[in-house]
Design a protein around this ligand. Structure first.
Ligand code: AGP
Length: 609
């Protein structure tokens, strides 16, 4: 989605805004813009279609300097990517940037048109600029005008505002879209994500829903929706130590794939004893209630949803608890039957996904025992609003395609399954085997990463392909789903995943010599069943690519390629088999020449519905 940055300082803030946009570009990359209050010259706005580099080129030709400014990188919702639709939007003597969707923009547009305002864009955001100008005209007090404006907005917003009438003040507000204030000595910043500001500060204040704030170089005032003054702690950003550049890697996605051994080790740090898990990692309240949980509902989107699907196999088999998994965009609008003592688990890399957040808020009215957020961002809305939290420690994930966030979510979920199994006095041998397998996981993932060159060689199979099928069974079926999602999102090849046993019920009709079929074939209790399914594909001339355990014996033959995987303990096998599928989609995307880190039409953090 869109990303916003704002700054007020005694120094020139334009380079800070631009660096902020560069760091936020993963949120939206169809256009970008900046508005700076240039000393003595009013607000100077520069906008450009395309990536942030285009904006930088424009600023190089006509530089702007100032101590107060706002900036934006856009992911189009209303109005196609075009300079006229890029933010900031201006009205009279003010400029605004916005992330979110103003749902009543049509009614407001009509009202403002009737009042004589002219619109120059198709965006929902421009109504906010004119509405604020209108209220300021009625009463030239920016705080009052801002509050009157916010009262009229329906929908989601994070807003940054500057006005020539108050040249030393930066205003901001949030409702339904994330916004943080970054604090440093004699300067203050706002941003959609702390990552945007790590070059200037690691100290952040996380605004709550409905808050608005007024910032100067030496003061910070925050009010809630009822206009009551509120104060929040200033928190140090935990990921600040992580490197934010690509380093030696060609893409963030590749770097993040290679960071998985460390990300997994960090996520497990301090959570494992010799033969059991240390449930204190969940916090004292959750720890006390673990044994009370009788049912589990998991809600998430995209890749995080796939992590939930894998966890269902683990939780039902190992902890003996019924578990259902649902996409958040469906769950949030339906009446859910919640049996007594049910735990709601939301899973999210960003903790700001609009559907997942709405699902959590919906769940709060449904009588759950508690809600647990599994999330990669400690200060995110999801983490702050859930009763309990379990943090993945993947570090910032910049590539739009989720990789290390997914494997660390799986690690957290297997750890949680083991904690639930422990609380329910399930077989101690199984618990200690899980602990051993989790401990050995970083090394195992490292080993699989060494297969990279072999996987790269497979990518050529996809050169002229438009479609692909992915097959798996048991907990590897969601892994096949994740493999298919990765391939489609970064290589634009249409890919579908099936539980291998379902093939003969329809999809087998698609199989011929032009259809690559990727299978996940660990040496588990379902291997013999899977073998029969693969024979069905071979018999129809399908091109099989099998990621197969070194201990499993699969048929060879024309059109069959095997990539040998190390033997792994069954519980952690879905995590290990994720790695080659990530690498495969990465190399296919290279062959196809797509923008790996910023695939078309997508955004990293989906903060609108
Ligand atoms: C995965 O590669 C995607 N980019 C996407 O499906 C993502 O997992 C989804 O939007 C959910 O995001 P979250 O984990 O931040 O909530």
């Amino acid at each position: 989605m869109c990303g916003i940055v704002g700054a007020i300082s005694k120094r020139n803030i334009t380079p800070i805004l631009i660096e902020g946009l560069r760091r936020l570009e993963y949120r939206g990359y169809d256009s970008a813009g900046v508005a700076v209050l240039a000393s003595g010259n009013g607000i100077k706005r520069t906008r450009a279609v395309g990536k942030v580099i285009e904006l930088e080129n424009a600023l190089e030709k006509e530089p702007v300097h100032g101590h107060l400014g706002i900036a934006h990188t856009r992911w189009a919702t209303h109005g196609k990517p075009a300079e006229r639709n890029a933010h900031p939007h201006l009205s009279e003597r003010l400029a605004i940037v916005h992330n979110g969707i103003i749902e009543n923009h049509s009614a407001l547009r009509k009202k403002l048109t009737d009042l004589g305002y002219t619109f120059t864009s198709e965006t929902d955001t421009e109504v906010v600029a004119h509405l604020l100008a209108h209220h300021y005209k009625e009463k030239p007090n920016l705080l009052c005008a801002f509050r009157s404006t916010l009262r009229e907005l329906h929908g989601a917003y994070a807003l940054g505002v500057i006005h020539q009438g108050e040249p030393n003040t930066l205003y901001c507000a949030r409702m339904g879209s994330p916004l943080v204030i970054g604090e440093a000595s004699e300067e203050q910043f706002i941003a959609s994500d702390p990552l945007a500001l790590l070059q200037v500060t690691d100290q952040f204040i996380y605004l709550e829903e409905g808050d608005h704030a007024r910032l100067t170089v030496e003061s910070r005032e925050i009010w809630n929706q009822r206009n009551e003054s509120v104060e929040y702690p200033v928190l140090r950003y935990e990921h600040a130590a992580h490197s934010m550049d690509k380093g030696e890697y060609r893409h963030y996605m590749l770097k993040e794939i290679y960071e998985q051994p460390a990300a997994i080790a960090n996520t497990l740090d301090g959570t494992l004893a010799e033969d059991h898990v240390l449930t204190a990692a969940l916090g004292p309240e959750a720890e006390t209630h673990l044994a009370d949980i009788r049912n589990i509902h998991i809600v998430a989107c995209g890749t995080s949803y796939h992590a939930g699907l894998v966890a269902r196999y683990w939780i039902e088999e190992q902890a003996g608890l019924p578990c259902q998994v649902e996409v958040a965009s469906e769950y949030r609008y339906r009446t859910v039957a919640v049996p007594p003592n049910t735990l709601l688990i939301t899973i999210s890399q960003s903790g700001e996904t609009a559907d997942t957040l709405a699902a959590l808020r919906h769940a709060k009215q449904q009588g759950y025992l508690a809600s647990l957020a599994i999330c990669n961002v400690a200060g995110s809305s999801l983490v702050r609003e859930a009763d309990w939290r379990l943090l993945t420690k993947a570090g910032p994930e910049i590539g739009v395609a989720s990789t290390k966030a997914f494997t660390t979510q799986l690690v957290a979920l297997l750890w949680l399954t083991t904690a639930l199994a422990q609380a329910n006095h399930r077989a101690p041998e199984m618990i200690s085997a899980n602990v051993r397998a989790l401990r050995g996981l970083p090394r195992l993932v490292e080993k699989v990463l060494h297969l990279d060159q072999h996987i790269e060689a497979l990518a050529a199979t996809f050169t002229n392909k438009q479609h692909a099928l992915f097959l798996g069974r048991g907990p590897h079926y969601p892994i096949a789903m994740e493999g298919a999602l990765k391939l489609k999102e970064i290589s634009y090849i249409h890919a579908e995943a099936y539980a291998a046993g379902e093939l003969k019920h329809g999809p087998l009709a698609l199989v011929d010599e032009n259809m690559p079929v990727v299978s996940v074939a660990p040496s588990d209790s379902l291997l013999e069943k899977l073998k029969s399914n693969l024979q069905e594909v071979s018999a129809r001339g399908g091109q099989l690519i099998n990621f197969v355990c070194e201990r499993a014996e699969l048929d060879n033959g024309d059109g069959i390629t095997h990539l040998s995987m190390p033997w792994v303990y069954e519980s952690v096998s879905p995590i290990v088999y994720t790695i080659p599928l990530q690498l495969l989609s990465y190399h296919v995307a290279l062959v196809k020449g797509t923008d790996v880190d910023k695939p078309r039409n997508l955004a990293k953090s989906v903060t609108v519905e």
